[in-house]
Ligand binder design. Structure first.
Ligand code: GLN
Length: 190
């Protein structure tokens, strides 16, 4: 769990509810021996500053490139993008997606929606969007797992990389975290 900023404690609680221990990553060396990393929601401009300050961009990129699973939620998704529709902050460019920050408006425009998500079974997921980003463009290797009724993608996967615009760590449904654990260490290898 990247724990420099944002709602990492809520993600850790969500993992704990499904029986998974997690550790906090603040420095590059904390990534050693991990199978996966979650970049939580928060404020992407602050993430960008802290990732530079702690020299985390290169090590997280190398971690993803060696095949470890990385999941960004909300501000974390913004940081994983190839490009943003605005010049700042500078994302890490891990996934072939273009992203618009605050695409649904301000804090008061936060909302919830029932989403059908590929890989989570038939029941819809109650997704919580808080000043959420939208994915406005996806590359050929990116699979859209969920979209809003207007067609905008809000959950995407590219191999070992996962990104969601919403906050699965809030609301108590553990399926998205379980999905990520399967990416990080497929069942049978745990
Ligand atoms: N609006 C925030 C940003 O642009 C993201 C909000 C969130 O992570 N809930 O970074």
């Amino acid at each position: 769990m990247l724990a420099v900023q944002g709602d990492f404690a809520e993600h850790q609680a969500a993992l704990e509810r499904i029986g998974q221990k997690s550790v906090q990553v603040r420095l590059p060396r904390d990534l050693e021996s991990l199978d996966g990393l979650i970049i939580p929601g928060g404020e992407s401009t602050t993430f960008a500053k802290l990732m530079d300050f702690y020299d985390l961009r290169g090590p997280i990129t190398a971690f993803a490139q060696k095949g470890a699973a990385v999941w960004g939620t909300c501000a974390g998704l913004i940081m994983m993008a190839r490009e943003l529709t605005e010049p700042k902050p500078t994302p890490m460019g891990l996934m072939d997606i273009a992203v618009e920050r605050n695409a649904f408006g301000r804090q008061v425009d936060s909302f919830e929606a029932d989403l059908s998500v590929t890989g989570l079974g038939a029941d819809p997921l109650r997704a919580i969007f808080i000043r959420a980003p939208a994915i406005c463009n996806v590359g050929p290797e990116v699979e859209v797992l969920a979209a809003l009724p207007d067609g905008r993608a809000v959950a995407v996967r590219q191999g070992n990389l996962l990104a969601t615009s919403f906050h699965p760590e809030l609301g108590g449904d553990g399926r998205m975290h379980r999905y990520f654990l399967d990416m990080a260490a497929p069942e049978g290898m745990r």
